[in-house]
Design a protein around this ligand. Sequence first.
Ligand SMILES: Cc1cc2nc3c(=O)[nH]c(=O)nc-3n(C[C@H](O)[C@H](O)[C@H](O)COP(=O)(O)OP(=O)(O)OC[C@H]3O[C@@H](n4cnc5c(N)ncnc54)[C@H](O)[C@@H]3O)c2cc1C
Length: 285
Amino acid sequence: MVIKTNTSYRYKRLEETLSRLSKEECQIIAGGTDVMVQHKSPRGTPAKFDKPIVFIDQLKELKQVYKMNHDIHIGACCTYSEMMKHPLIPGILKKAIKEIAAPAIRNRGTIGGNICNASPAGDTLPLLYIYNAKVRLVSAKGERMIEIQDFIQGPRKVNRLNDEIVREIILPEVHEDLTHFVFEKVANRRADAIAKISFAGLLRRDEGRISDARFAFGAVGPTIVRSMDIEKKLLSAAFPLDNKFIDGIVADFECLLKPIDDGRSTAVYRKTVALHLLRHFLEMY
Ligand SMILES: Cc1cc2nc3c(=O)[nH]c(=O)nc-3n(C[C@H](O)[C@H](O)[C@H](O)COP(=O)(O)OP(=O)(O)OC[C@H]3O[C@@H](n4cnc5c(N)ncnc54)[C@H](O)[C@@H]3O)c2cc1C
């Protein structure tokens, strides 16, 4: 029996890869930890794709981590294991990465893949939202930059043209001192489990008043939920926040979060836990 396999490309340089993408639509594969699950095939047979495959995990241009003008640039093909070892990756992002899957997946899975797969349960996403991360896309024609919340449009739906590759993710400067970050993932166990609910929070205080507040919830809607309008209500609030004020913020989010029942959890559980995590964060910091 002859098994027909897909055409695949694996170039040494980003430029050649972009040139290929400008000529034909391809299935991009970075670590393949989402793509291969989505293209499962019976044991012993190769996975079938309806387009040629282009591998990008070997591209050095997509693996750099550096700081420029106080912003941290993270190459889209950096694996979780590589990010864990890099001194420029913020500690709170490392905390989230530690809870992703198991070492084998962390050795293959990339931050770019997590963003492009755009699952609302993706573990890096709530933190990338509160960092106001930007996504830098490149194609043979040029490049563009887009805010993460405009890039991600729904599960497996992102604002990317067929000839574009995500080159890097940029974390604009955050004054880490005096800023409290939290990332909480609730799942069946501490690692190797997909989130039932996740929460990221950032609070900064200046002279007893809140000067920056950001919150993002994962797995409570088709995309990560963040609300600038609610966050604005916290600005200039005196610290510690009084209970009535906290009740108001929690009630605002209660109206906004729209989780669903699925195999992993129930809508009621997700909403209850999400609001508890928010309340706890507001009371603690
Ligand atoms: C057993 C197992 C456990 C897992 N556990 C977790 C978990 O705990 N938390 C979690 O968040 N995820 C988990 N995942 C999902 C997965 O590992 C992550 O989403 C990972 O970050 C995907 O990265 P990747 O490089 O493997 O993506 P790939 O599978 O290579 O790609 C995913 C999608 O992104 C596109 N893509 C990738 N890179 C680029 C790029 N640079 N430019 C344009 N498009 C691109 C691909 O075309 C594809 O559509 C798990 C997966 C498995 C199999």
